[in-house]
Design a protein around this ligand. Structure first.
Ligand SMILES: NC(=O)c1ccc[n+]([C@@H]2O[C@H](COP(=O)([O-])OP(=O)(O)OC[C@H]3O[C@@H](n4cnc5c(N)ncnc54)[C@H](OP(=O)(O)O)[C@@H]3O)[C@@H](O)[C@H]2O)c1
Length: 243
């Protein structure tokens, strides 16, 4: 029998990379997706080889649904099964809603919401066969959004992710597929010291931003050890802070 396989979109991001490493350590073969950042993905190959799992890189622009279809098809042709789908992609946009153009609005919604739907749509039959898991990404506090003029499209898209997560959990529960969303707080970002991040960091009750590995640990627990009754949940990993 083929080994359990996880598809991680946006595995070239800090959080995606940490998830790939953690799932490899738990024995999952890795289908790691990136768009431009191929070097980040190559590092995952080395980590996978160390723990004896297979890792393959899939480079696709997921702006169009056809990219999502091609990605899932390539993954299935390579691994022959799919057990976990991690919809990581969700770039943050920081610009006043009064200045945001229609093209910027469309891009934010596309990458944060439509991509997760599209990849899930094509992955669903395989996840039903394996009775697998879907993990989406929102942010802490998403369930009671405040007005956020500097990141309105991001907030709107992540609110959509909440609705999508809960609806998919209901729809797929009878088929044995669990769907949850992780809601990170502010997570360490290698190079970023943007002023807005520093202001957020000062507000975190736990006194520091989270680490990508802490997100990955929760995700790994979700798919390996968590009770099978846990589905349709929004799980904050945020040091008691909310956006
Ligand atoms: N970091 C935080 O503090 C934080 C806080 C709350 C929630 N979150 C959520 O956690 C998740 C991960 O966040 P992150 O900060 O690690 O990374 P991220 O901002 O989601 O990283 C962007 C990812 O999207 C990919 N991408 C961009 N354009 C694409 C396109 N057209 N087609 C396909 N892929 C594309 C990038 O690929 P390439 O790099 O290969 O081009 C990269 O892997 C996101 O959903 C985010 O909203 C993060």
């Amino acid at each position: 029998m083929l080994g359990k396989t996880a598809l991680i979109t946006g595995a070239s991001s800090d959080i995606g990379h940490a998830i790939a490493k953690a799932l490899a350590a738990s024995g999952y073969h890795l289908a790691v997706h990136c768009h431009h950042n191929v070097p980040a993905i190559q590092a995952i190959h080395i980590e996978a080889a160390k723990v004896g799992v297979q890792a393959e890189c899939f480079r696709y622009d997921l702006t169009e649904a056809s990219g999502a279809e091609a990605l899932v098809q390539s993954v299935f042709e390579t691994f022959g099964r799919l057990d976990v789908l991690v919809n990581t992609i969700g770039p943050f946009y920081f610009k006043d809603i009064g200045e945001v153009t229609p093209a910027e609005w469309a891009e934010a919604i596309q990458l944060n919401l439509h991509v997760a739907f599209n990849v899930t749509y094509f992955a669903k039959p395989h996840l039903c066969s394996s009775q697998g898991h879907i993990i989406n990404f929102a942010f802490s506090g998403v369930e009671h959004l405040k007005a956020w003029p500097m990141s309105t499209a991001y907030g709107a898209a992540k609110a959509g992710i909440v609705v999508l997560t809960k609806a998919l959990a209901v729809s797929l529960a009878p088929l044995g597929v669990r769907v949850n969303a992780i809601c990170p707080g502010l997570i360490e970002a290698g190079e970023s010291s943007a002023p807005e991040r520093e202001e957020m960091a000062r507000q975190i009750p736990l006194g520091r931003p989270g680490k990508p590995d802490e997100i990955a640990d929760v995700l790994t627990w979700l798919v390996t050890e968590s009770p099978s009754y846990l589905t349709g949940a929004l799980i904050p990993v945020a040091g008691a802070w909310e956006y």
